[in-house]
Write a protein of this length. Structure first.
Lengths: 177, 179
């Protein structure tokens, strides 16, 4: 049942329909009525409507070597699928080591892609400067908005501009709204 | 009082005080405004039909801390963890965010630091910040901790991975969002 705007009572008969619409049905639209598990939170899905959401995390700790200049996925992701109402916050980080041939103008990058998207990923990519062969954990985040409400899959993607780089201890967190 | 599923009303049935107290008073006290006590907090779920008020917690340690021992070590000064540290009431999940300014004196090793929950490093170094670059940079990380609900003490572990490096950590920040 959808939320019904509470109306103003006037003297007279209080009907069962009044109580069912204003009390039973509206109570069932509140947060405690919709709570199904612990550690969730509530997000609005539209006017007078809430949905229970939950932040989730996935890690892939193994090391991968990337030499592709366009963003590619790894077999072990990590990747997460969430239900949302049009926006989600993605936060990710990984340990990066530049193994050869990358310079500071062409860094190694770790970004996230929604549904296989390939454009714009550099805008929110976490980057290793690339001018020296050192290990750093890099982190980044992006708030995706204006998405069609429903299900989205967020996947960590990797690339280098030249040479190759190692990525390990890769971690993805998604907070859907 | 716990949440009670609202009943269906029928014309002709008497509306009792007990029904009003159960389905209006007690249930309203279980809703978000009934639970809210303080500004800028978050309403989360504690279980089926149960919500709680949670909050961000934040700690800062500005002083520079110089470390030359191996990661992970929980640096102490006269038995007290140098922190920053927080004690947080949570429902079984916490988003932990941490960052600081790191100085590494040479590149033969890495400076690392990571949060410690109730004395345990989650999955060793998998969430640790690492900086292997000589010089100063600010680095940070985050992870989503999950465990049994209750009070948790979060502090930071520091240390070196590799040989020959001394690292300093300053402007150290720790933020925790409990669920």
């Amino acid at each position: 049942m959808a939320w019904v705007a509470p109306y103003t009572f006037v003297a007279g008969v209080l009907t069962a329909d009044d109580l069912n619409a204003m009390l039973r049905d509206n109570m069932n639209e509140t947060a405690p009525a919709k709570a199904r598990q612990r550690n969730s939170y509530f997000s609005s899905t539209g006017a007078n409507a809430l949905a229970e959401r939950r932040m989730i995390q996935k890690s892939a700790n193994g090391q991968i070597n990337i030499s592709s200049s366009s963003y590619v996925t790894a077999a072990d992701g990590p990747s997460l699928t969430v239900q949302h109402s049009g926006s989600l916050l993605a936060m990710w980080s990984c340990r990066m080591f530049v193994s050869s041939g990358v310079d500071r103008n062409n860094p190694a990058s770790c970004s996230v892609s929604l549904a296989g998207q390939q454009s714009g990923l550099d805008r929110w990519a976490a980057r290793h400067p690339g001018d020296r062969a050192d290990i750093n954990r890099v982190s980044s985040y992006n708030l995706f908005t204006g998405l069609p409400p429903g299900e989205s899959t967020v996947t960590l993607v990797y690339r280098v501009s030249s040479g190759s780089a190692n990525f390990a201890q890769r971690q993805l967190i998604v907070m859907p709204f | 009082m716990p949440w009670t599923d609202p009943v269906t009303f029928y014309d002709g049935d008497p509306l009792t005080a007990a029904q009003l107290n159960t389905f209006i008073r007690d249930n309203l006290l279980e809703t978000g405004p009934g639970k809210a006590t303080t500004a800028s907090r978050l309403i989360t779920t504690a279980n089926v039909n149960q919500i709680e008020e949670r909050q961000w917690s934040h700690a800062y340690a500005g002083a520079s801390l110089t470390v030359d021992n191996k990661f992970p070590s929980i640096e102490e000064n006269e038995g007290e963890a140098l922190g920053p540290s927080l004690t947080v009431d949570h429902g079984g999940q916490m988003l932990i965010m941490y960052d600081c300014r790191i100085y590494v004196d040479d590149e033969t090793g890495n400076a690392m630091y990571a949060p410690v929950v109730n004395g345990d490093l989650p999955e060793t170094s998998n969430y640790a910040v690492r900086s292997g670059r000589e010089g100063i940079q600010r680095s940070g990380g985050w992870f989503l901790w999950e465990g049994e609900p209750g009070l948790a003490e979060i502090t930071m572990a520091y240390g070196i991975y590799g040989n020959g490096t001394v690292a300093s950590y300053a402007y150290r920040l720790l933020s925790v969002l409990a669920f």
